[in-house]
Design a protein around this ligand. Structure first.
Ligand code: CA2
Length: 143
């Protein structure tokens, strides 16, 4: 049985498409999920979003037991969460850190990611299209 790719989304991303369209675009998270599924037909995906740090950690633990790869947009937790970093360190497969915007073009508080040191690859600045790029790249990494 093909193991799923976990696509995990952090706080506020449930509001995607509804504010700051000049930075994040007008695509909703539901549309992003549909785009991901279209990009890798037949590949199981666990596409999830939470505003709670503990839930994201629980899902990383679930991925450790059941997942082939993790794509994570930790949103603001990118810059704060040693707990998420620690959970990702336990994952044996590939990890792609994903940001819709180019975090390095933004204010200095968005420049230091705790996740990047454990990521196989980082995608930032491709808009929501970055998710389709990420799932295709992950499928190649795990096949
Ligand atoms: O560009 C990204 O994907 C981010 O991870 C989004 C985070 C932000 O804190 C990171 O610096 C970059 C979350 C942005 C706030 O959430 C929004 C959700 C919907 C629309 C606008 C903002």
């Amino acid at each position: 049985m093909t193991k799923p790719i976990y696509v995990l989304n952090g706080p506020n991303l449930n509001r995607l498409g509804t504010r700051e369209p000049e930075i994040y675009g007008r695509t909703t998270l539901a549309e992003v999920e549909a785009m991901c599924r279209e990009a890798v037909p037949g590949q199981p995906l666990e596409f999830r979003q939470s505003n709670r740090e503990y839930e994201l950690i629980e899902w990383v633990h679930e991925a450790i037991d059941k997942g082939a790869g993790i794509i994570i947009n930790p949103a603001a937790f990118t810059f704060t969460s040693i707990a998420i970093l620690d959970s990702l360190k336990m994952f044996p497969g590939p990890i792609i850190e994903l940001h819709i915007s180019n975090i390095h073009r933004r204010e200095p508080i968005y420049h230091r990611s705790y996740v990047s040191p454990v990521a196989t690859a980082v995608i930032a600045g491709l808009g929501t299209n970055g998710y389709a790029v990420a799932v295709r790249a992950m499928r190649d990494l795990i096949s």
